[in-house]
Design a protein around this ligand. Structure first.
Ligand SMILES: [Zn+2]
Length: 429
């Protein structure tokens, strides 16, 4: 698990002060900072990270001549498959001194990854995230409603007085629990909502079905899946407020957030973002400046973005480049026999399955899901047990799970291999 804000408070506070200033840097200041950070990171990787020591030697790359952004193309991009299989080699030989925490993700591709985040990158992530949320009208202590995978054992939702947050467990998203939490929202009147677009949208659907209204917040931040124009319009209408899109990765290799003026900015003081074109598609490749324990250089995010054609200074006064569109995580949802709707919250169900290269859940009937998996030679019985436990934790025991090892996954019309495919209807998407 990631460390909470209170375990590394001073680092976060220090970095927050930095991010408050750096958001108004000139273009030159941003570029100078990026070059400086990239040089430091690449030199560290070449000296202390076995994977990069070998790679740089093999390709004849001399770290002492590396100049920053202009030389980034000389380093090959890093695929998730390398992170999955070369975890030890990617860790710095002096990782311990940076203070490490293990983290895992399976993201939108159903590929379980384990990696370490050091204290610095976590402090930077929290501070940069707080700044982004500030753009959306949030500040610490503001009464908030948050939908996430909390795994509350007994409750569907809980109000935390210390953080001033009403927390709803997305794993419990069904009509009855939604109507109960809406009553609580209408009583507490939180001013700020955050969560997956699908989950927030489902709440308003349930409310509409019953002819009840939800007290409008001042703003909403969504993350974890692509906020399509259609979903944004629905949400803004249902909640009568502005919706802000936020994009980040557990691996901390990229961050994009929407400013007060409705533009999506690359967070260029947190990571170095590149877009690489292939067959008309622009892949987002990112390098975090701060994770020295496990540097990911030119990491393939598996998401595509389109930068704005004209890179004019945004009315907000920030010089971070702007993004026209993020084409990322988008998948269907699972409907369980007990009436729950599970969308992107499902994407961390398989974090612990060893030997799984990628995976996909296909719902063929209300009580049956086929789990297609592509595996390597390290996959064994324990992997399947871990996989089943992870899925059962969310799906419960009423649904039949059928595991199948396949050579490749089913693709959607857009050519992607979404983690969830529903064959029983998706009227809520
Ligand atoms: Zn802006």
């Amino acid at each position: 698990m990631e460390k909470s804000i209170f375990q590394i408070p001073f680092k976060v506070l220090r970095r927050y002060r930095f991010y408050k200033r750096s958001q108004f840097w000139t273009k030159t200041q941003i570029e100078q900072y990026q070059d400086k950070q990239l040089i430091k990171l690449v030199q560290h990787a070449g000296q202390h990270v076995p994977f990069y020591r070998d790679l740089f030697k093999n390709i004849g790359f001399d770290i002492s001549t590396f100049r920053g952004r202009i030389d980034m193309h000389k380093i090959p991009t890093l695929d998730k498959e390398i992170v999955r299989t070369c975890q030890k080699e990617l860790m710095a030989d002096n990782a311990g001194k940076f203070g490490i925490t293990w983290d895992s993700t399976s993201g939108s591709t159903g590929t379980p990854l384990h990696f370490v985040l050091d204290d610095a990158v976590q402090a930077n992530k929290i501070a940069a995230l707080l700044r982004s949320y500030r753009w959306a009208g949030y500040k610490l202590g503001k009464k908030t409603f948050s939908l996430q995978s909390y795994y509350f054992p007994e409750h569907d939702y809980k109000f935390n007085r210390f953080y001033n947050i009403l927390r709803f467990d997305s794993n419990k998203l069904k009509k009855e629990s939604a109507l109960n939490v809406i009553k609580e929202i209408n009583r507490l009147k939180p001013k700020f909502f955050m969560g997956f677009p699908f989950d927030i949208l489902m709440l308003s659907n349930f409310a509409e079905d019953e002819g009840i209204s939800i007290n409008s917040p001042q703003s909403i931040v969504t993350y974890g899946e692509t906020l399509s124009q259609k979903k944004r319009k629905f949400l803004e209408k249902a909640y009568n407020c502005k919706v802000f899109d936020f994009y980040s990765l557990h691996e901390c290799a990229a961050m994009i957030s929407e400013c007060e003026h409705g533009n999506l900015h690359l967070i260029e003081d947190f990571a170095y973002h590149e877009t690489l074109e292939e067959n008309g598609v622009r892949r987002l490749v990112g390098t975090s400046f701060y994770n020295y324990a496990l540097p990911l250089i030119r990491y393939e995010t598996k998401d595509n973005i389109a930068l704005s054609e004209k890179q004019e200074t945004c009315s907000c006064g920030r010089h971070f480049r702007t993004v026209k569109e993020i084409v990322g995580k988008q998948c269907d949802y699972i409907e369980t026999p007990d009436g729950r709707f599970l969308g992107s919250v499902m994407s961390h169900s398989i974090d612990n399955a060893k030997g799984v290269v990628c995976s996909q859940c296909i719902q063929n009937a209300i009580d049956r899901i086929d789990i297609n998996i592509v595996v390597d030679e390290t996959y064994n019985e324990d992997s399947q047990i871990a996989l089943e436990n992870g899925l059962r934790k969310r799906l419960g025991h009423e649904i039949k799970l059928v595991f199948m090892i396949v050579p490749q996954l089913e693709r959607s019309r857009s050519g992607k291999t979404p983690f969830i495919i529903s064959k029983i209807g998706n009227k809520y998407i």
